[in-house]
Unconditional design. Structure first.
Length: 261
């Protein structure tokens, strides 16, 4: 909208290009409009995007990475020839102001005041990642032949130590290369497990209906099977055995009552 205002096709009758130069000068306005209201102080209002997750010091609320704010941008210094810019913005949840500035040395943003960073960084050396070469080390590699030779020997030793790990990673990657085959085997396994679970549920439901149980049945375990095989159950005597035992007792009994003393 500001660009359209500065390049509109209407020119007032008293507009003189030789005198005014442009429509902005004629209207006594800046091409950036409200964004340049503090330009005399070296401050330009920009749309700033939060580079990482932070906690506001005013309201203690979380502000997510990617949140956008109208921030006052100001140059506060230089790192060699790279300018350092500071951004001042107001929290959208309270009246607290947050100040951040660029860090060209670390290729990052640092919080000056008003907030604290949600720490989600890690040490590249502890994580066994490839570290970028420092500027001083680069200069020494270019000028010192002996240091370059020692550095090359150390790099080759590091490569030899890492070779087995790299070979293992390459084998693992090759094993996972066929995505379609892996996906098919995984889906087939899920179907088999689902079928087994459905059969077990049907058997448990049939057993509950047959025995009149109202408690849920758990799955059989191998330990339960081995324990059940060690136990021997003896059923009580049947009706026929009881009758046979009774007849044997009667036949062995005396026909005459015992004599009185």
């Amino acid at each position: 909208q500001g660009e359209r205002k500065g390049t509109n096709k209407y020119y007032p009758p008293d507009f003189d290009p030789a005198k005014h130069g442009s429509l902005n000068k004629y209207h006594h306005s800046h091409p950036l409009r409200e964004r340049a209201r503090k330009l005399s102080q070296g401050i330009l209002v920009i749309r700033f995007e939060m580079p990482y997750n932070i906690w506001c010091d005013g309201c203690k609320n979380h502000i997510g990475m990617g949140g956008r704010y109208n921030a006052e941008k100001k140059k506060v210094g230089t790192y060699y020839t790279t300018p350092i810019y500071r951004f001042r913005m107001k929290c959208h949840l309270c009246v607290n102001y947050i100040e951040m500035q660029t860090d060209p040395a670390g290729c990052d943003y640092v919080i000056v005041s008003g907030a604290r960073r949600k720490e989600e960084r890690w040490d590249m050396q502890d994580n066994e990642q490839v570290l970028p070469t420092e500027r001083e080390e680069k200069e020494k590699l270019e000028t010192d032949a002996m240091f370059r030779l020692e550095h090359g020997v150390a790099d080759r030793a590091t490569l030899q130590r890492a070779a087995p790990t790299l070979a293992t990673l390459q084998e693992a990657q090759s094993a996972w290369k066929d995505d379609f085959g892996l996906n098919s085997r995984l889906r087939r396994r899920f179907r088999e497990e689902k079928k087994t679970l459905r059969e077990e549920e049907e058997e448990a439901a049939a057993l509950q209906a047959r025995t009149g149980l109202s408690i849920p049945l758990v799955r059989e375990a191998e330990e339960d099977r081995r324990l059940a095989a060690l136990l021997k159950y003896r059923s009580p005597d049947s009706y026929e055995e009881k009758q046979k035992l009774k007849r044997t007792e009667i036949s062995s009994r005396s026909w005459f009552p015992p004599a009185a003393g």
